[in-house]
Design a protein around this ligand. Structure first.
Ligand SMILES: C[S@@+](CC[C@H](N)C(=O)[O-])C[C@H]1O[C@@H](n2cnc3c(N)ncnc32)[C@H](O)[C@@H]1O
Length: 402
C-alpha cells in the first residue's frame, strides 16, 4: 500500500502494534479500538492503518530479520519504516526513520531469507517444525497461501432474504459483491468496506463468515424441527446458520463455557430473527449430563490452534505455543469423549476445527472411534486454503449407531 505520510497515522499504527506485540492484545480488537477512538480519520486513513498493522504483524519475523534485531517497544517506528523500505516505498524525512538505509535492509533481508523458509514465510521455528512434521511440503504451500490477506465473505441470512436480493441491496448501498457458486449463501465483497454500517446488516440480512466456515453447519444435515446442540457455540457463527437451516423450527441449544460469548450470540440472534436458539453456560458437568441422549444432531466446533485461519488472524503466529497446542488437543479429546453422549441413537454429530493439522482433526476422530464403537464415521472433509482460496477447516460427520 502507498505510504500516507501523516505522523498521527504512524502514531496510531505503532501504538496498536505495541499493544498487540507487548501487551498480548488481539490484532482485530486493538485495531477496532484505535479506529473507533479516532473518528476524524477518513476511509483512506483507516484503510492505511488497518493494512499496515496487519501486514507488519503478518511479516514480523521477516521484518525483524531485515532490521537485524527483534522488534521492541523502543524500535517500533524503525520496524514499520523497515517494512515500507522493503516494499520500496519512499520514507518521509522524519527523525524516526533516519537510521533506515534501504540498501542495508535489502541486504539483510536476502541473507536471512535465502534458503530459510521459516524466516521467508515469517513464522516461528517451532511452528515450522511442527507443520513440516505433520504435513511435509504441503505445509509450506498452505503457509504461503495464508500469508495473503483473506477475502471478505458474508453469509446471507436466509431467514430474512435471499442471496440475489442481498446482493442488489448492498449494491444500492455502494457495496459490490460476487456470488460464490460453490457456497450456497456466500457473497465475496469486491473490497473491504465498513459493512456494519449498512442497512442490510442492521436489518440482519447477513453475517460476516468465511466461505469455508459456511460449509460446516450444512455438513450436520439438519432438518426443520430437529433438536440440535451446538456445544461450543461461542458468539454463534454456526448456531445462527443452523437456525436458518432449520427455518426457525425445532430447537437449537447453544452451549459454551464463556457466558460473554453467549450474550453476544443472543444479540446477534435477535438481529438475525433467529427465534429457535436457547443458550446455556456450561458451568458444571451437570449441564451436559442432563442433555445425554437428547439430540438429533450435535455440533462440536472445537477449540483449536486456529492454524487454518492465519490469513485472518496473523497475530496467532506469535501468540501460539507448543504448550497451548498440546493442551487444546487434550481438551478436544475430552470434549469429544464427554459431549458425544448428548447424541441419541441414530442421531449424528459433526466434529469441526479451523485447523489444518491432522493431529487436531483426522487423528482425533480415529482415537475417538477406537474408544467409541457406538459411533461410525460417515464422511470427513479437510478444506485447505491452497485448494479453496479461503480459510482451512476440518469436519467429520459421525453417526451414533448403538
Ligand atoms: C472455535 S470456537 C467456536 C466458534 C463458534 N462456534 C462460531 O461459529 O462462532 C470454540 C469455542 O469453544 C468454547 N469452549 C472451549 N472449551 C470448551 C468446553 N470445554 N466446552 C464447551 N465449549 C468450550 C470456546 O469458548 C469457544 O467459544
Amino acid at each position: 500500500m502507498k505510504i500516507l505520510a501523516y505522523k498521527n497515522l504512524f502514531i496510531g499504527i505503532t501504538e496498536t502494534l505495541n499493544n498487540i506485540f507487548f501487551n498480548h492484545k488481539y490484532a482485530d480488537r486493538e485495531l477496532e479500538k484505535m479506529l473507533k477512538s479516532n473518528k476524524k480519520w477518513g476511509s483512506r486513513d483507516r484503510a492505511f492503518i488497518a493494512e499496515t498493522v496487519y501486514d507488519t504483524v503478518r511479516w514480523k519475523r521477516m521484518i525483524e530479520a531485515s532490521m537485524g534485531k527483534e522488534v521492541s517497544p523502543d524500535n517500533l517506528w524503525e520496524f514499520v519504516g523497515t517494512w515500507f523500505s522493503l516494499n520500496d516505498e519512499k520514507l518521509p524525512y522524519w527523525d524516526e526513520f533516519k537510521k533506515i538505509d534501504q540498501r542495508e535492509v535489502l541486504k539483510k533481508n536476502h541473507a536471512a531469507t535465502d534458503r530459510n523458509f521459516a524466516v521467508k514465510a515469517s513464522i516461528p521455528d517451532w511452528l515450522n517444525q511442527l507443520g513440516m512434521k505433520e504435513l511435509g511440503k504441503q505445509w509450506e504451500t498452505e503457509i504461503d497461501v495464508m500469508n495473503v490477506p483473506s477475502p471478505a465473505v458474508i453469509r446471507t441470512n436466509t431467514l430474512k432474504t435471499d442471496r440475489k436480493t442481498l446482493q442488489r441491496k448492498l449494491k444500492e448501498e455502494g457495496i459490490e459483491s460476487e456470488i460464490l457458486s460453490k457456497y450456497p449463501d456466500a457473497l465475496e465483497l469486491a473490497q473491504k468496506a465498513n459493512i456494519f454500517k449498512t442497512e442490510a446488516f442492521q436489518n440482519g440480512w447477513f453475517e460476516v463468515q468465511d466461505a469455508g466456515s459456511q460449509l460446516i453447519s450444512p455438513y450436520l444435515n439438519v432438518q426443520p424441527g430437529m433438536r440440535v446442540v451446538d456445544a461450543c457455540a461461542g458468539a454463534g457463527g454456526k448456531a445462527l446458520h443452523l437456525a436458518a437451516l432449520t427455518e426457525n423450527k425445532g430447537q437449537i441449544y447453544g452451549l459454551d463455557i464463556h457466558e460473554w460469548k453467549l450474550l453476544e450470540l443472543k444479540k446477534r440472534a435477535k438481529r438475525n430473527g433467529a427465534q429457535n436458539i436457547q443458550t446455556k453456560v456450561i458451568d458444571s458437568s451437570k449441564v451436559v449430563k442432563k442433555m445425554e441422549n437428547t439430540a438429533d444432531r450435535l455440533l462440536i466446533d472445537a477449540p483449536c490452534s486456529g492454524l487454518g485461519v492465519l490469513s485472518r488472524n496473523p497475530d496467532a503466529k506469535w501468540k501460539l505455543s507448543q504448550e497451548f497446542i498440546d493442551s487444546v488437543k487434550k481438551e478436544q479429546a475430552k470434549i469429544l469423549d464427554e459431549y458425544c453422549k448428548i447424541v441419541k441413537v441414530s442421531g449424528a454429530m459433526v466434529y469441526a476445527t479451523c485447523s489444518i493439522l491432522p493431529s487436531e482433526n483426522q487423528n482425533q476422530v480415529e482415537i475417538f472411534l477406537e474408544n467409541h464403537p457406538e459411533f461410525k464415521l460417515v464422511r470427513e472433509k479437510q478444506l485447505l486454503p491452497s485448494q479453496t482460496g479461503f480459510d482451512g477447516f476440518y469436519m467429520a460427520y459421525l453417526e451414533r449407531i448403538s
